[in-house]
Structure formats: C-alpha cells, structure tokens
Design a protein around this ligand. Structure first.
Ligand SMILES: [Zn+2]
Length: 258
C-alpha cells in the first residue's frame, strides 16, 4: 500500500485506486480555536460561515466541485442510502439526510463521512465503477454498518466481492480507545478478540472489528487499505473528540468522476 503525501498537510490519499479518494486534515481552513482550522461539520459550535468557507476551500484543493459532495447528518446508525445526483448541491447547508452510509454508481458524486476518532470506510468496485462510504464508531461496529454497506453494493450492482477494495481512515487506536463496562457488555462474545482489558481499563479495537466485518463480507486483506494513524495521538494533524472534546471534523471520501 502506498499513501500519497503530495498534498499534505491538506489531505492524504491512496495511490492504488484510480478514482479520487482523500482524507482531509485540520489544516488549511479559516476556523479559529478550538476548531482550527479546516472544520467541515455543521454539527459543532463553530461559525457556520467558516464551515461553508472550509468546504469550498477543500473542494478547490481536491479539484472536486463543492456541488458534487454529499454530506450526511451522522447519527451512529446502520442507515445506508443509494446516493443520486439529486442529493448533490447541498454541501453548504446543514445536511438533511440522517444516516451513516452512502453508495452510488452515478458519476459526478463525491461521498464523504465526517470524523474525529470514529472510523471512516470507503468501498470501491473497479469493475462496476461503484463507490460507497460509511461511518462507524462502537455503535456502528455493533450494527455492522460496514458489512451492510458491502451487502448493499453487492445486492444492487452484482459486484464480485473478490474485486472490492476498501479504505480505512485514521481513527482512535485500540490502545487509546478506553470505554466503560456498560459499552463492553453490549458486545457479544464473538467480539472478544477486539474487546480487551489492559491496566484495569477496557479497550475496543474499532479497526480490528471493521477489518473482520469487511473480511466476513468477502473483502480480502490485501484489498483493504489502511491509513493507520491514531487521531487521539495526532491532534496536530487530525481532530480527536476524545482528546479535545470541543473540536472539528475532517472528512474521508471518494469520488466517481464524470
Ligand atoms: Zn492511539
């Protein structure tokens, strides 16, 4: 796997796949502390005018028109939508679609999820030219939103699972992600390799769970690309809700060019 740092510090991408894909950072925008500076989420206390400016700035850096982007109102569910052209053109408004996953085969659509510790995943079918994204924290892991995204793509487009490529965003790592017993108890025994105790604290390996969920749907490990950077340990690059509380969101996305 090779990560393309050519556009760092503004965004990173994977070289392997032939369609534009990206993970933005916190750099290059106009928001001030504590959202400095490229906050892309209206679900923060940041000035909405700065968020609109940041969304325009990042679209220009990526070379993807801002009216091609579809943002979700993310609510930690397994709601996944088939994105169409008519959903586009609303990137400078509060998102009106409640859910945590999107997929499409329509060209000229850029699918993104907003992140600060949770895991973003994209799926790409190079044969059918289909893209998808989802957002998964511990609730998304319990609901298997990643597996359901793959199912949606296979069912709607007849994708061959062996061709599918997945990308995983920077997120909080298993060593930094501690949770209470109340959350641990929600995970069935089958998740025990990813829910563990260390120095009297419970930890969850979100990326471990997601990798297994992608494997279970037929995506091979060699087709899973991973931006293996911990958000909690790298708040100089990304936003981390756990480390900062009142903070911004970066985006992880993929685009089907026209
Ligand atoms: Zn970490």
């Amino acid at each position: 796997m090779s990560v393309n740092y050519a556009y760092y510090p503004y965004y990173l991408s994977f070289d392997e796949i032939p369609v534009p894909n990206f993970c933005t950072t916190r750099h290059g925008g106009v928001s001030i502390w504590p959202y400095h500076s490229s906050n892309l989420s209206f679900n923060t206390e940041d000035n909405p005018e700065n968020i609109r400016k940041n969304r325009i700035i990042i679209s220009e850096r990526l070379g993807i028109p801002v009216d091609k982007f579809i943002y979700l109102n993310q609510i930690h569910t397994d709601k996944i939508y088939y994105a169409k052209i008519f959903h586009c053109g609303k990137a400078l408004e509060m998102p009106c679609i409640d859910g945590d996953g999107l997929f499409t085969d329509e060209k000229g659509i850029c699918l993104v999820v907003m992140l600060a510790d949770c895991v973003g995943v994209f799926v790409y079918d190079p044969e059918k030219n289909v893209i998808g994204v989802c957002h998964s924290g511990w609730r998304g892991c319990l609901l298997n939103v990643c597996g359901k995204l793959v199912e949606n793509i296979v069912e709607n487009f007849g994708s061959d699972k062996g061709n599918l490529i997945a990308g995983i965003s920077p997120s909080i790592c298993k060593n930094c992600y501690t949770v209470g017993c109340d959350i641990v108890q929600k995970f069935p025994d089958s998740y025990s390799p990813y829910v563990f105790q260390n120095k009297n604290m419970w930890h969850i390996d979100l990326k471990g769970i997601i990798t297994r969920q992608l494997n279970e749907k037929g995506i091979r490990n060699e087709n899973i690309l991973n931006l293996d950077i911990c958000t909690y340990e790298n708040t100089h690059i990304f936003y981390s809700y756990r480390a900062e509380k009142d903070t911004g969101r970066f985006i992880f996305g993929i685009y089907l060019p026209e």
